[in-house]
Design a protein around this ligand. Structure first.
Ligand SMILES: N[C@@H](CCC(=O)N[C@@H](CS)C(=O)NCC(=O)O)C(=O)O
Length: 217
């Protein structure tokens, strides 16, 4: 490992680790990934909990600086390294970007990734039908969040207009799991801006090189 490279701790199956990886790749920053399987060998790992008291992934280390919480990590990546700007210079556009990221974290991630994707995957693995009422509730919540994001999105090409931003990189991995399920693809098709944006995102090399194993393209 090069001393100068930031180190990204986490697992490649993780939504939030992928967001940070996308930011590093789009910024053109060489980094050293360190695999931390939070649901496997490293669950409850005391050494990792010293870096991240909540035991989530990712954590970024850069020299003597350690950072957790993905929205802080991606802003740091954008501001600490040279490369294409991933945040708008306009104050209101930057506020809009943070608002959209907040909506994704607070209102979309849980219902779409856990309520829909993980629930359906778990049910399929157990050979049992999914809980229909819980699924309907998750879909209702995910639909509300996706509609709010679609209302806030620009006409394109990217969520904030002409330039790719941290908001685009934050949304892609959540939708990638959501779209594994037919129900998730239906939710996306209901939102015109997001559906077009999703197709455009698939052409980015950073998106192709970070795909989840579970994803269907
Ligand atoms: N607020 C955290 C969320 C990170 C997060 O929830 N990561 C998931 C993986 S995508 C995780 O570590 N899950 C482990 C768990 O829930 O115990 C961030 O922004 O980094």
């Amino acid at each position: 490992m090069s001393a100068a490279n930031p180190q990204l701790l986490g697992a490649s199956y993780s939504v939030y680790v992928r967001i940070a990886r996308l930011a590093l790749i789009e910024k053109g920053v060489a980094f050293d990934p360190l695999e931390i399987d939070i649901f496997g060998d490293h669950a409850g790992d005391a050494a990792y909990l010293k870096l991240h008291p909540f035991g989530r992934i990712p954590t970024l280390r850069h020299g003597d600086f350690t950072l957790y919480e993905t929205a802080a990590i991606t802003r740091y990546i954008d501001e600490a390294f040279s490369g294409p700007a991933l945040q708008p210079s306009d104050v209101r556009a930057r506020a809009r970007m943070m608002q959209m990221i907040g909506v994704m974290d607070s209102y979309l991630y849980r219902p779409l990734v856990w309520g829909l994707y993980v629930a359906l995957d778990d049910a399929a693995k157990a050979g049992k039908p999914a809980d229909v009422a819980a699924l309907a509730k998750a879909m209702m919540k995910a639909r509300l969040a996706l509609k709010a994001l679609d209302d806030l999105a620009s006409d394109g090409p990217w969520l904030l207009g002409e330039s790719l931003s941290l908001a685009d990189l934050h949304l892609l991995p959540m939708l990638a799991y959501g779209c594994v399920a037919a129900e998730g693809r239906t939710l996306l098709q209901e939102q015109a801006h997001l559906q077009d944006w999703w197709e455009r995102m698939q052409a980015l090399p950073s998106v192709a090189t970070t795909r989840f194993a579970a994803e269907r393209v």
